[in-house]
Design a protein. Structure first.
Length: 335
């Protein structure tokens, strides 16, 4: 079977009829707003129109069966076996099956659908360049699922970082910061993925977590992890609890140089939206810090700025909390 993700184009923050076009924040300190951002970046979201419903996004994005897909599931499976990968790392499950097409493989159909919905939403609601989804193909014999997308000619940021000038690096960082600002305008009162699949990422166990029906339920899950670490004397008894005062914003969750593509046309693309979802705004900072494949002192310096987590005391609290629940996340499940 082959499917395609579908978004409702009119449901766009920038075209939202409930948001008057002439309403703008008062720019008392324009330079401060450009560098640090303002609360206006976190106040309004198209998802506010849906209320607190775990499946609110399904009102605006679905997968539909297509009668004449670009590739049949059997054809995609055959091409994947024949074609070479566009990148060298063994962990990359992406294959170039045509001059302008790639296929990303999944063992879980839910994961493929989740990423397709994420890409559909980003295309509809932001100006962030992402690959266009052509179809989701499911091989009925092997249950292997393929996300078929357009191939973007270019270089990943990690492969060309050392050859870039300082000015180019700063321009890219500025662009990525603007992307994060757009993502922060997409908010929802229910945490997690768009299609209700399990949550994955650095602050969840290897087996994932959820789905969560509410912010309170996710908060209770994290506080339980802290309780476990404290009982095993792996965290101080006075350690701060999970901070649920941050808004739930759409988070890429893996915004690292290998997922940033500098295209030949000059655009900066963002790849790999598989584990993205609605999480506390500070999760983006944690996700960027968790990349172990790329080492650069300048990039490390830019991470707080790109992720809109510029204040040192905020970062210290975030890192302390991550260390305190680390034992329960990584060691506890093995016992």
């Amino acid at each position: 079977m082959s499917y395609v993700s579908q978004s409702e184009p009119a449901f766009d923050f920038f075209l939202d009829p409930t948001t008057p076009a002439d309403v703008k924040p008062i720019a008392l300190f324009p330079w401060f707003r450009r560098v640090f951002g303002t609360a206006d970046d976190l106040l309004r979201s198209p998802f506010d129109l849906d209320g607190e419903k775990p499946q609110c996004y399904t009102l605006h994005a679905t997968t539909i069966e297509i009668e004449s897909p670009p590739f049949s599931p059997e054809e995609v499976s055959k091409l994947v076996k024949e074609k070479s990968r566009p990148s060298d790392p063994d962990w990359l499950r992406v294959y170039k099956i045509a001059p302008d097409t790639i296929a990303k493989t999944y063992w879980s159909t839910d994961e493929a659908i989740s990423e397709a919905l994420n890409l559909s939403m980003i295309t509809t609601m932001t100006t962030i360049p992402v690959p266009k989804v052509q179809e989701i193909a499911v091989n009925p014999k092997t249950a292997m699922t393929y996300l078929v997308m357009e191939y973007i000619d270019g270089q990943t940021l990690d492969s060309c970082w050392d050859r870039l000038t300082l000015l180019s690096k700063l321009r890219i960082a500025w662009t990525l910061r603007s992307y994060v600002a757009q993502l922060r305008r997409l908010q929802r009162t229910v945490p997690g993925t768009l299609n209700g699949s399990s949550c994955t990422g650095p602050l969840f166990t290897e087996y994932g977590a959820g789905p969560f029906a509410s912010y309170d339920e996710m908060t209770a899950w994290f506080n339980h992890k802290l309780d476990v670490s404290q009982r095993m004397k792996q965290a101080p008894l006075n350690a701060p609890r999970f901070d649920n005062l941050w808004p739930l914003v759409f988070t890429h969750w893996d915004l690292c140089p290998r997922n940033v593509l500098l295209a030949r046309d000059g655009k900066v693309y963002v790849l790999d939206w598989q584990r993205s979802g609605f999480y506390p705004a500070w999760f983006e900072y944690v996700g960027m810090l968790s990349d172990e494949h790329f080492k650069s002192r300048l990039w490390d310096f830019l991470i707080p700025w790109i992720s809109h987590t510029v204040f040192p005391w905020t970062r210290k609290r975030i890192l302390t909390y991550g260390r305190n629940i680390g034992w329960a996340l990584h060691v506890g499940p093995l016992m």
